[in-house]
Structure formats: C-alpha cells, structure tokens
Ligand binder design. Structure first.
Ligand SMILES: [Zn+2]
Length: 169
C-alpha cells in the first residue's frame, strides 16, 4: 500500500474517469475487451504514463476491469482487478461505476465512484476519499508527532518547534 505523506491535487493525478471509458467503448454491458490507456503531458505531448486493461462484464454478477501497469521504482508490474457496478438512470440505460479497490485495516473501501486516482508515489488506483481522507487524518491527527520528535532529537529541538518550523509559523 502507498504511504500518504504528501499533498496531491486530484487534477495533478493520473485518474480513470469511467465516463470516458464508457464513451471510448472500454467499459460497457456484456463486453470482454483488452486495450491500453495512455496519459500525455499537456505541455509537450510526451507520454506520462500508460496502463493495460482487460474489461469483462459478460457475467452480470462478476463485472470487473483488470489493470496492469508499472510503477516507477518497482520491478514487478502491478496487476489487479477493480470491480464494476451499475445503477439505473431515469431515462433508461445504466450508469457505470468503479468500486474503490483500496483497503484500510484489512477492509475494502468499495465506495462507488466515477473516478479513481493514482497519485504520484501511489501504487494502486483509489477513490478521492481514500486518498484525501487519509491525507487529512494524517494532518489532523498526531500521527506525525513521532517523526517530529525524532527530527527534534536530531536537531536539538522539541517536536513542537520542528512542527512550527515546517508549518512556517
Ligand atoms: Zn476508496
């Protein structure tokens, strides 16, 4: 699992937008397709990241998209499934959702979301809440205090002073 010490803006993340996938035909009812997805830097059009995928929605009770990609600094490529689900829409048809595959304390998030994010330094795609909540709780709780104490001991400062210095206060 990724560690969540950094700040990450969703728009700066690599993300999967299910509506785009549906539009491109990569996700839909009764499909079994494979393909690849690429992210390009706006500035120079160079490839930023890419993943391979396999969508299988042939079985209405077991619909998933399998993602396969490599993360910087990792030897092995990552390969896992994200479950898919649908909800009916007013004018007929259905709306597609990812079920967030991230785990917290051994429990799957399983939140129904239209977008999954892969923040830099992250390993798995996850919902905004997963990444944001963890980030928020890291800051709001005193989870860093141990680290501050350690830094303080090395720098001859109190944990409080280290924190204040880092906060710029
Ligand atoms: Zn989640």
């Amino acid at each position: 699992m990724p560690r969540y010490g950094w700040r990450q803006v969703a728009e700066d993340c690599i993300s999967l937008d299910i509506n785009r996938w549906v539009k491109e035909g990569a996700i839909g009812a009764y499909k079994h397709v494979t393909g690849g997805w690429k992210w390009i830097w706006n500035v120079n059009g160079e490839e930023r990241s890419s993943i391979g995928y396999e969508t299988n929605t042939l079985n209405p009770h077991d619909r998933w998209i399998r993602l396969c990609y490599r993360v910087k600094g990792e030897e092995e490529s990552i390969d896992y499934k994200v479950e898919l689900t649908t909800t009916p829409v007013h004018f007929g048809g259905e709306r597609w959702w990812f079920l967030c595959p991230l785990c917290h304390n051994g429990r799957r998030c399983n939140r129904r979301v239209g977008k999954l994010y892969l923040p830099s330094g992250g390993k798995y795609f996850g919902c905004r809440q997963c990444y944001n909540l963890t980030y928020t709780s890291c800051n709001d709780s005193h989870r860093f205090d141990g680290l501050f104490r350690l830094m303080g001991a090395k720098m001859g400062m109190s944990a409080k002073d280290v924190k204040r210095t880092l906060d710029g206060r």
